[in-house]
Design a protein around this ligand. Structure first.
Ligand code: UD1
Length: 431
């Protein structure tokens, strides 16, 4: 298992290219199951979750290939992936393939919509709370699927095809909205999705589906209306920039100080988080091609946050923001409302000397003057990158173990940080 060694204390200066969004690439890849034509996705990040999903889609019979190198391509230019699901040979997504990544459960929607049946292992993924799929299954039922749970699998059947219906989500769910959209596009008649997730990745999926011939209105609002069509065609689509990667590096700069251009991203994708960073004392400006983040001298001001569905402060940046607050000039309160048990980074941050008290869904962070390097263990995707941020700002050396969590969601992390002056290296193999 690889680990990452960081010697903290350097300011970050330079440019970081922002990759395509993992959380958009995954549903877009899954949407290729909806058509027998080829879907070409550009700007796909090179991540282990993407590779794993290619294996899962391959198991269903999807031909998936990555285009070779092109002139002008750099190590951080995203991949172009071609997906063709002309012959779906298997509608079962087995435990061995699905258990490692929660989003792979979403294949249930296009499979039942196009093939009339799907058998998908109940999901695994990050250990951040129970993360049920009841609402995803409810959405499919509302569109006429019959659902059984059998031997750890969710089995969905709709032999005569899905029918349009009204889906009212009792809470905002990104995966539920993706699932509902992918099912509704091929259902007979009109579907309405109420209390839909408004995340930019939902809009990206809807944009791609529309290019494939779907009829969707209202994506990006909490009410999405879909008029089903008989079939969809292929398309070419560019994955939108990763707002979580953007916010992560912005927080790293806010913590270490320095001046970094985050290239190829958009401020509107994470305005709430950028507003909070400004309150902490960071300077943020928009450039032609991204965002510039600066912080000099003046310490970090404490700010209270509550995680919320988009457009609120994202739960996927909560751990990184907590790392930043560990060095603030005072006390901040961080409330996590999306996932229970998403505070596993707290005990690891404490190893750097951070002072954090937990009380249910609230973390109270008392800023300290200095953090000290330490060996720490990554526990989940976003938690692990919060340890990287803390290590960059800590005095001395840190080692982060179990970095496979990072490889699921952050492309070329050590190269991107190293290019901005961070002292960071990957050490391969067992300790
Ligand atoms: C997606 C993101 C993840 C992000 C999360 C919230 C991907 C691949 N992952 O995850 O990075 O942290 O959105 O922004 O895009 N819930 C239920 N029943 C369900 C489904 C969800 O109770 O059937 C609950 C969850 O436990 C959670 C809340 O709804 O408390 C939101 O979860 P959801 O938005 O569905 O998260 P994911 O789509 O899994």
């Amino acid at each position: 298992m690889d680990r990452i060694r960081i010697v903290g204390g350097q300011q970050l200066t330079g440019s970081i290219p922002i990759s395509g969004a993992k959380n958009a690439a995954l549903p877009l890849m899954i949407a290729s199951l909806l058509t027998s034509d080829t879907v070409i996705l550009e700007n796909v990040p090179r991540l282990s979750d993407v590779r794993q999903l290619m294996r899962i889609l391959g198991n269903h019979g999807v031909d998936a290939s990555i285009d070779g190198k092109r002139v002008g391509q750099t190590e951080t230019t995203g991949d172009t992936i071609r997906l063709n699901a002309a012959s779906v040979v298997d509608t079962t997504a087995p435990y061995e393939l699905v258990s490692r990544m929660r989003a792979s459960f979403w294949v249930i929607a296009p499979l039942v919509a196009r093939m009339g049946e799907a058998r998908v292992s109940l999901p695994g993924g990050c250990a951040i709370g129970t993360r049920p799929v009841d609402l995803l299954l409810m959405a499919l039922e509302r569109l006429g699927a019959v659902i059984d749970i059998d031997g750890g699998y969710a089995v969905a059947r709709a032999p005569g095809g899905l029918k349009g219906g009204e889906i009212v989500f009792p809470k905002v769910t990104v995966g539920g909205t993706h699932t509902a959209l992918m099912a509704a596009v091929l259902a007979r008649g009109t579907s309405v999705i109420e209390n839909a997730a408004r995340e930019p990745e939902v809009v990206d999926l809807a944009d791609c589906l529309v290019k494939m011939g779907a009829r969707i209105s209202g994506a990006g609002t909490s009410r999405i209306v879909v008029e089903g069509v008989a079939s969809l065609g292929g398309t070419r689509h560019r994955v939108l920039p990763d707002r979580i990667e953007t916010g992560t590096y912005a927080m790293a700069v806010a913590m270490t100080g320095g001046d970094v251009h985050l290239e190829g991203t958009r401020p509107d994708l994470l305005q709430a988080a950028l507003d909070v960073l400004v309150q902490t004392g960071a300077e943020i400006s928009t450039t032609n091609d991204g965002i510039r983040v600066k912080r000099n001298g003046h310490g970090i001001d404490p700010v209270d946050i509550t995680t919320e569905p988009f457009p609120g402060f994202p739960t996927d940046l909560q751990a990184q923001f907590m790392a930043l607050m560990t060095k603030a000039k005072g006390t901040s309160r961080i409330r996590e409302t999306i996932f229970e048990n998403r505070f596993m980074h707290v005990q690891e941050l404490a190893r750097f000397g951070a002072r954090i008290r937990l009380d249910g869904d609230l973390a109270v962070v008392e800023g300290v003057r200095t953090l000290k390097g330490a060996p720490v263990m990554a526990t989940d995707l976003r938690a692990s990158v919060s340890l990287v941020i803390a290590a960059l700002a800590a005095e001395g050396e840190s080692t982060i173990h179990r970095v496979y969590h990072l490889d699921r969601g952050f492309e070329a992390l050590e190269k991107k940080l190293g290019a901005c002056g961070a002292v960071v290296e990957r050490i391969s193999g067992e300790r």
